[in-house]
Write a protein that binds this ligand. Structure first.
Ligand SMILES: Cc1cc2nc3c(=O)[nH]c(=O)nc-3n(C[C@H](O)[C@H](O)[C@H](O)COP(=O)(O)OP(=O)(O)OC[C@H]3O[C@@H](n4cnc5c(N)ncnc54)[C@H](O)[C@@H]3O)c2cc1C
Length: 478
């Protein structure tokens, strides 16, 4: 009998763990193919530290071919899955098209930025879901401080040094907390007019920061942010975004050149394009992670609605912790479906959460024990090092260097605003001028049209239409 073909779509927390566990379980008795647009696994929880210049971007990546020896990597994005023919069509990074045939399929395509139908947001905000966006933000923030420091106009200086982050979940909270430290470090080297200090504003419609977490974590994070000088405004949102600033729900207009959109994520549109039962955009699965009626298809991670057996009636939240553990269960159950062992349901209680607030500060509740200050900081960093599937020494080395050396305030300008649109199905890839059309746009458009009233189509801006970047060579301030 020929070796079964297992195709895994997505090499994030869920897909990477599935591939790694399956390689061990099947011991070369199956063909395991991992389809992913990049050749690395991205450790997303450390992305705010990339944007703040603490970690170099490659530190938060783990090479797929370097760490998954018995897995075949196919570079590309799935854009069409035929469940009856058991095929996955994909486009590679250079626009070529290919098809993979499978006996078992694991869908682990993760999530993308969530949009809200607020005028101007799709055009003027940037998300925080992938490495290109983090690199863009680091450069953009550095540039704003540099332009402000050289400016004679106090109004422009003020706008450039006002940074608005929407969404006080763990992503927005960490971005604002690290952001304030980063810009303070930048202005120490190039002071602004009359002792001006960069201002980070963190907004959320919720009543408290980290609204979905334990209240003690919220209190710790809130205190650290305010002590640091972050302008925390809860119960507030954005009514409209313009090239020159944002209109808040309380009627105030804030002059700014920076709007970071961290209102959450929605499942990758690929899941919706399958026409299978969904739960809030996530593919509904059994506790064994199998898709009902499709015993050869499994789904896990952010893209799947997995029943939470520890909280009946609910689904597991979109977190790395769940995705990572679901990946392992998916692997065992794929192997079981091929005759090795018995299927098992996914069951996991949260082990707590860690939120890195920069410096030595963090808010954490490992195993439900609330921690703050430097102890939480040490636990948080220790947790990340333990959780990363590779590159730990380099990450630790960057942390050490950051502790003893000044932060590097240079912008390379490699990722431009137009290449990281908020409304994209591929936040893991920077858009290139003249590149082949993104393959998932088809699936996304179809899904948007059919199901998602909370998403707005948004117009993809071209290089010359960027409101926040000077046109190359033009100089001056806009
Ligand atoms: C900035 C940030 C910070 C976070 N911090 C934390 C934290 O501290 N703790 C925590 O628990 N969670 C955190 N999360 C959430 C956590 O990262 C996600 O829940 C987790 O990554 C989900 O894992 P996944 O495998 O489902 O998706 P992902 O890790 O996103 O992986 C999906 C993979 O699929 C690939 N892919 C997408 N579409 C396709 C396609 N069509 N074809 C092929 N491949 C495709 C992607 O490139 C990616 O490699 C954070 C998220 C962000 C954005």
């Amino acid at each position: 009998m020929s070796r079964p073909r297992i195709v895994i779509v997505g090499a994030g927390f869920a897909g990477y763990r599935t591939a790694r566990t399956l390689a061990r379980l099947t011991r070369n008795k199956a063909d395991i193919t991992l389809l992913n647009p990049t050749d690395y696994f991205l450790y997303l929880p450390l992305l705010p530290q990339v944007a703040a210049g603490i970690l170099e971007p490659r530190r938060v990546t783990v090479s797929l071919t370097g760490t998954l020896p018995h897995v075949r990597l196919v570079l590309g994005e799935a854009d069409d899955i035929d469940l009856d023919a058991r095929t996955v069509r994909y486009a590679d990074p250079e626009g070529g098209v290919g098809t993979l045939t499978y006996d078992r399929l694991v869908l682990a395509a993760g999530s993308v930025n969530k949009l809200l139908p607020i005028p101007g947001v799709a055009e003027h905000a940037h998300g925080f879901r992938g490495l290109p966006e983090a690199l863009y933000l680091r450069d953009h923030v550095t540039r704003q401080v540099e332009l402000a420091a050289g400016s004679e106009d106090p109004k422009s200086c003020d706008a450039r040094c006002t940074f608005v982050v929407v969404g006080a979940g763990y992503t927005g909270t960490e971005v604002a907390a690290h952001g304030q430290l980063f810009t303070d470090a930048l202005v120490r080297k190039q002071p602004l007019r009359e002792g001006m200090r960069p201002r980070w504003i963190l907004l959320d419609i919720a009543e408290r920061v980290l609204p979905e977490m334990d209240e003690r974590l919220s209190r710790t994070a809130d205190k650290v942010l305010r002590q640091r000088g972050v302008d925390v405004r809860m119960g507030t949102s954005v009514k409209e975004a313009t090239p020159n600033g944002v209109l808040l729900s309380d009627g105030e207009f804030v002059d700014t050149r920076t709007l970071v959109w961290c209102v959450g994520v929605r499942p990758d549109p690929l899941a919706e394009s399958l026409g299978l039962p969904m739960e809030r955009g996530r593919l509904l699965v059994e506790p064994t992670l199998q898709v009902p009626g499709r015993p050869d298809v499994f789904a896990c991670g952010d893209a799947a609605a997995v029943p939470d057996l520890t909280k009946p009636g609910q689904y597991t939240p979109m977190t790395a912790q769940h995705a990572w553990r679901q990946g392992k269960v998916a692997a065992y159950n794929v192997a079981a479906s091929l005759g090795r062992g018995a299927p098992e349901p996914y069951r996991h209680s949260d082990l707590g959460f860690v939120v890195d607030l920069g410096g030595v500060k963090a808010a954490a509740n490992p195993l439900g024990v609330p921690l703050s200050g430097p102890v939480a900081g040490a636990v948080t960093r220790g947790y990340h090092l333990a959780a990363m599937p590779g590159n730990r020494v380099r990450v630790a080395a960057d942390w050490l260097l950051d502790a003893v050396l000044p932060r590097q305030g240079v912008q390379l300008g490699l990722v431009r605003s137009w290449s990281v649109p908020l409304d994209t199905a591929s936040p893991e890839l920077a858009r290139m001028p003249g590149a082949p059309e993104k393959v998932k746009e088809k699936a996304k458009t179809k899904a948007d049209a059919e199901k998602s009233p909370t998403t707005s189509p948004g117009r993809e801006r071209g290089p010359s239409e960027d409101p926040h970047e000077p046109v190359e060579g033009s100089g001056g301030e806009s």
